[in-house]
Write a new protein. Structure first.
Length: 243
């Protein structure tokens, strides 16, 4: 498997601060796709054991909520094989991290009734994924204000509930709260939103430097020492990418 990019820190593709992996290869060729270069299965770099280590190490940061799989098409059969060792390690070593996946496949017809029942690799892969956003991008149904979706046909799906029930269970508005914990990762996200209001703090690269060690974004008190194990972490977040 090849991959086009690893984005970190990523705050667009799912909730909280994330590691986003963009795999290469997609046969859907949706009209006006933003990632056309990643249609080619040979685009980008080879996905190696070192890449897996790199992603695992990024996910270990305490403020990171999870992994996002995008593309290209993560559920192309060859990409499923490439991703399986990674997602298994995430669930074994970092079970508190969630996994989101964007796919052009339809969850009911292609995933639940085909991949999950007919492919052992798909079955194992799907058992590690928390949320799937399904469906090809449809330019005629394009929207800019739906969270994490590009067109109205796309749905946010609770994968594990769907597998248990044998039918598609959509993630309804408000259900996301169950992913919000007392971990700092979500709170930082709220803090980024707050900071966005003060654009005078942006530098010429349109970034805001954040010191993760300074405040608790939830109540603005100093962070209790046990809340974050990795101290003195400074990251820059691209302000313009915050919704
Ligand atoms: S499924 Fe995604 S990556 Fe593939 S063509 Fe459509 S929008 Fe582009």
């Amino acid at each position: 498997m090849n991959y086009a990019d690893i984005k970190f820190p990523d705050i667009q593709d799912g909730e909280g601060i994330r590691v986003a992996l963009y795999v290469s290869g997609c046969h859907f060729h949706c009209k006006e796709c933003h990632n056309k270069e990643a249609w080619d299965f040979n685009f980008g770099k080879q996905f190696t054991n070192e890449t897996v280590e790199e992603i695992i190490n990024l996910l270990k940061k305490p403020y990171v909520q999870g992994l996002s799989l995008l593309g290209g098409e993560p559920l192309e059969p060859s990409n499923q094989e490439g991703l399986l060792p990674l997602v298994k390690r995430v669930k074994e070593e970092l079970p508190e991290k969630d996994i989101w996946c964007w796919t052009g496949y339809n969850f009911d017809t292609d995933i639940l009734n085909q991949m999950y029942t007919k492919s052992e690799i798909s079955k194992q892969l799907l058992q590690t994924i928390d949320i799937i956003v399904d469906g090809q991008f449809e330019i005629e149904h394009k929207v800019t204000d739906l969270a994490f979706r590009g067109s109205t046909n796309q749905r946010k799906i609770d994968v594990q509930k769907s597998l248990q029930k044998g039918e598609t269970v959509r993630l309804k508005f408000g259900d996301e709260n169950r992913y919000e914990t007392n971990q700092p990762k979500i709170m930082y996200f709220q803090e980024f939103k707050k900071i966005k209001k003060d654009l005078t703090k942006q530098d010429e690269n349109n970034t805001i430097s954040m010191n993760f060690n300074q405040i608790d974004p939830l109540n603005e008190n100093p962070i209790e020492p046990e809340r974050i194990t990795e101290r003195n972490v400074e990251e820059s977040i691209v302000a313009k990418s915050i919704d």
